[in-house]
Design a protein around this ligand. Structure first.
Ligand SMILES: *[C@@H]1O[C@H](CO)[C@@H](O)[C@H](O)[C@H]1NC(C)=O
Ligand SMILES: *[C@@H]1O[C@H](CO)[C@@H](O)[C@H](O)[C@H]1NC(C)=O
Length: 289
């Protein structure tokens, strides 16, 4: 995809250019670079205005490293994690690694963490990198997560959150805009769901909001998710459930007129359930549309 296909959104995955030492991220990933806008001057702090999550208070959160990018993910099943399709650079699909039960990434030996490689990757067949519609990806792990205090599943929400609903998100997104490094610890942020029609109007996303997108705003003025946070779940409801997957925001992540956008999992619940039951057969679906 060309840089022009980006609509100017900041895809909230994070490229890891410094990871060259281990070979990860040393190859060029045209799609991902274009997705990041090819311009890292507007890297933002991690979950701007958020705070560190209580250790293991979100035991469904997973950290995903694929090729040269980092994203969040949610554990839906002992063998499956949900993330965003744009987190998956086509050529790096077999280099993915998912960490579950993690709080501090710097602490490799952190008790309660399990690491998996990706056995199969199932992007939504309708994922469109130009419009960002259907930006969902299910990853089948090469083993089964052992459930514990630090590693738990999260259910899918059964109802679309209404405008004004309180939700939250978490991630290890970029911690320091000067060096572009991820946050070592999981950060979290409270958000409210925005009315879709308003979000789609000429003051906000100007018609770029599709029917399965959810716009949201940081509860505190100026708070927002940042690079490295995409793919993480938008969690809503008294009993926490996944209502969306963080997809993109404006180039300036705290621009109030370009609120962050998630892909609805409620509208795609049938597809998700079908994949969890049957897999996607191939990690490379022929069909896109
Ligand atoms: C957003 O606006 C565009 C252009 O008017 C329209 O095609 C699209 O259906 C709208 N999205 C929603 C969710 O209504
Ligand atoms: C991003 O937007 C916010 C809010 O409009 C503004 O205060 C800030 O200066 C902007 N940052 C950049 C880098 O343009």
């Amino acid at each position: 995809m060309g840089a022009r296909g980006c609509l100017g959104p900041l895809l909230l995955l994070l490229l890891l250019p410094w990871a060259g030492g281990s070979g990860v991220g040393s190859e060029s990933l045209p799609g991902a670079v274009a997705a990041a806008g090819g311009d890292r001057t507007w890297l933002q702090p991690s979950i701007i205005g958020g705070h560190e999550a209580k250790r293991h208070s979100r035991p469904y959160m997973a950290f995903l490293q694929i090729g040269g990018s980092a994203c969040g993910a949610a554990l839906l099943h002992r063998r499956w994690a949900l993330t965003a399709a744009h987190c998956l650079p086509e050529r790096s699909r077999h280099k993915g690694r998912l960490l579950v039960g993690l709080h501090n990434r710097r602490d490799d030996e952190e008790e309660g963490t399990q690491s998996f490689t990706i056995r199969a990757a199932c992007p939504h067949p309708g994922y469109d990198p130009e419009t960002m519609e259907n930006d969902l990806l299910l990853l089948q792990l090469d083993g089964k997560v052992t459930l514990s205090r630090t590693r738990r599943l999260i259910p899918l929400a059964s109802r679309e959150p209404a405008p004004g609903a309180r939700c939250s998100l978490a991630g290890w997104g970029v911690a320091d805009p000067r060096d572009g490094r991820l946050s070592p610890t999981l950060q979290e942020l409270d958000v409210t769901v925005m009315d879709t029609r308003m979000c789609n109007n000429s003051r906000f996303w100007r018609g770029k909001i599709g029917p399965a997108m959810i716009c949201f705003q940081g509860l505190r003025r100026g708070s927002a998710p940042a690079k490295g946070d995409s793919g993480g779940p938008l969690v809503c409801g008294k009993r926490p459930a996944v209502a969306g997957v963080i997809s993109f925001s404006g180039k300036n992540a705290t621009d109030p007129f370009k609120p962050p956008v998630a892909t609805s999992t409620v509208k795609h619940k049938k597809w998700i359930q079908k994949i969890l039951r049957r897999g996607c057969g191939s990690s490379r679906p022929e069909h896109t549309g």
